[in-house]
Design a protein around this ligand. Structure first.
Ligand code: F6P
Length: 327
């Protein structure tokens, strides 16, 4: 018989993502609705190891649904990846009677949760909170929609300047290992080329296209580059193009961390609320050690052990769309 979960801890881990607060709010309020005690764990796994944990009430999450960042703060905790760190964390949790954990974070955070749940008898539920959308088993992650919209707004503005000056702009968006922000924002702003970590780039082909456009006096071009593309970001791509096409007026714009902040979009608030609610329902139903995603607008549950092994795959059709629409 599975032990009933009565006291839950909630934490946010890894890079912050808009909508994390909406998700915390949903976990806290659904937990309280079911008569559970809910504890906030500060700075991700760091708070678990250092016993920085406090009891939350319904009012603790008032007026946060619209705020970016995370009221619980976040970190990437190295200690938790050692057996000693996890032992300390377990002792701190059991000291407070916490017998269930909700982890809002990316794949690194789920890896921590998976190891912890394999070693100790505290069930974990993972919720995808990352702007990168690089987790398999869910169509969307909390924060992705807001981040992409931030990028689109910025790129639209850059296009005005590109157009006014007849320039080539190379815009770098976030995505160390994943190209989703680049792909979604690039397609949505009509970028001519999109460079992502998941695909090799034919730089010769890009130079050929640009040279041909130069010949036709089409000098306004946008190239969107994910920071983790094979060249290591926009600066290097710009350097190659400048060397090969000295007539091009090339400018680089690195969007950086503005993509992580800001008020979450309606979509992110909605999925964050549904996922947070669903995490607590998992405890109620005895569905333990899963990652809660959303597939075809329905909740989708993947065992944590499986979730950490899989990656989302970029479809070939999307790459084809980029090519056809940019021609
Ligand atoms: O949240 C994921 C991510 O946005 C990556 O795309 C990026 O490389 C990374 O965070 C940078 O995070 P930080 O500056 O916090 O180390």
């Amino acid at each position: 018989m599975k032990k009933r979960v009565t006291k839950i801890g909630v934490l946010t881990s890894g890079g912050d993502a808009p909508g994390m607060n909406a998700c915390i709010r949903a976990v806290v309020r659904t937990g309280i609705y079911h008569g559970m005690d809910v504890f906030g764990i500060m700075r991700g796994y760091t708070g678990m190891v250092e016993n920085d944990i406090f009891k939350m009430e319904s009012r603790s999450v008032a007026n946060i649904i619209q705020r970016g960042g995370t009221v619980l703060k976040t970190s990437r905790c190295k200690d938790f990846f050692t057996p000693e760190g996890r032992k300390k964390a377990y002792e701190n949790l059991t000291g407070l009677g916490i017998n269930g954990l909700v982890i809002i974070g990316g794949d690194g955070s789920f890896r921590g949760a998976q190891t912890f749940s394999n070693e100790y008898d505290i069930p974990c539920i993972g919720l995808p909170g990352t702007i990168d959308k690089d987790i398999a088993g869910t169509d969307f992650t909390i924060g992705f929609d807001t981040a992409v919209n931030t990028a689109v707004e910025a790129i639209d503005k850059i296009r005005d300047t590109a157009d006014a000056h007849d320039r080539l702009f190379i815009i770098e968006v976030m995505g160390r290992d994943a190209g989703y922000i680049a792909l979604h924002s690039g397609i949505s702003t009509g970028a001519e080329n999109i460079l992502i970590p998941e695909r090799k780039t034919d730089i010769e082909e890009i130079i050929k296209q640009l040279a041909e456009k130069e010949r036709r006096h089409k000098l306004v071009n946008l190239i969107v580059v994910a920071e983790g593309d094979e060249f290591g970001g926009a600066d290097y791509v710009a350097k190659i193009i400048k060397e090969r096409l000295p007539m091009q007026e090339v400018r680089v714009c690195i969007l950086g961390h503005i993509q992580r902040g800001g008020s979450p979009s309606c979509f992110d608030r909605l999925i964050a609320s549904r996922m947070g609610y669903s995490a607590v329902e998992c405890f109620m139903e005895g569905r333990y050690n899963v990652f809660v995603g959303m597939v075809n607008n329905r909740m989708h549950f993947t065992p944590l052990n499986e979730a950490v092994k899989k990656k989302q795959r970029i479809s070939e059709e999307w790459m084809k769309i980029v090519k056809i629409l940019a021609s």
